[in-house]
Design a protein around this ligand. Structure first.
Ligand code: LIP
Length: 259
């Protein structure tokens, strides 16, 4: 399993080099939905990571944001990839974007790597081994007073089509804590929660590739991560809250139920 971690770190950093070459340079941008976009850099970075996995681990399955599911029935490992989490930031020239690679072993998330190329920040964790930022151990915030806490959140791309779009939750939460940040990358929000930059993070309407890597990193940093309603974490539910146990419980009292 350590081999998988080392290669995941390498692939994330190499993809980061490709992505940075395109940053604040002309991009081809396609619309996937009304406001959901993909750039040629997303596609190129994803193709690079998938090609690298095929080369080193030809038997492994892959779930990737742009390519979908590549299922190898006989495999114990599945790589879950977001080549650029924070595509809107990237396309706007705002430096908060990351490569996110999570790895499942026999259906359980066991490895997480999130690389923020512009800051050269490499977050990683392996189940049972702790969580690290550039090889320094990290841990979740120890704050317990909601009014002293800074939270991150985000809003789903289909915010116009549903009332379950986090606007009510945001409006309540912002009055209950010190402030809220909308950094625009779920992967970064999760690892920044893992290292205590944020005191917590919740979001609705996120995808498995946004949070797979961050899940392992938050858990290994000592954090709680679960459904907003208190249910067990589910990679596909699209709704999560994370932080230390007390913070999560206090914020849940504010934002759930809200619609
Ligand atoms: C994005 C997230 C962001 C979230 C968006 C979207 P993308 O991922 O990381 O925080 O609010 O809804 O899912 O599309 O940039 O990979």
């Amino acid at each position: 399993m350590n081999k998988h971690l080392e290669y995941a770190k390498q692939f994330a950093k190499e993809a980061g080099v490709l992505i940075l070459k395109k940053f604040r340079n002309p991009l081809e941008i396609e619309k996937k939905g009304v406001v959901d976009i993909v750039t040629d850099a997303d596609k190129k970075a994803e193709a690079y990571i998938i090609g690298s996995i095929y080369h080193r681990f030809p038997q492994d399955s892959i779930l990737a944001e742009e390519s979908g599911e590549i299922d190898k029935k006989s495999s114990s490992y599945r790589w879950i990839i977001d080549p650029i989490d924070g595509t809107t930031n990237f396309a706007q020239g705002f430096s908060m974007f990351a490569v996110s690679i999570g790895i499942e072993y026999e259906g359980e998330l066991v490895i997480g790597v999130v690389y923020i190329p512009h800051l050269n920040e490499l977050f990683y964790a392996i189940k049972g081994g702790g969580a690290y930022l550039n090889d320094k151990k990290i841990s979740i915030s120890s704050k317990t007073d909601l009014i002293d806490s800074v939270w991150a959140t985000g809003f789903p791309y289909n915010k116009r089509e549903t009332n379950n779009n986090n606007l009510l939750e945001h409006n309540k939460a912002i009055l209950a804590c010190r402030d809220i940040r909308r950094a625009g990358s779920a992967a970064i929000d999760m690892v920044y929660t893992a290292c205590g930059i944020w005191d917590g993070y919740w979001e609705k309407g996120i995808k498995p590739w946004d949070i797979a890597a961050g899940y392992v990193i938050v858990k290994e940093a000592g954090g709680v991560i679960e459904g907003i309603d208190g249910s067990q974490f589910n990679l596909f539910s699209g709704e999560i809250i994370t932080g230390n146990r007390e913070m999560v419980s206090k914020m849940r009292d504010i934002i759930y139920p809200s619609i």
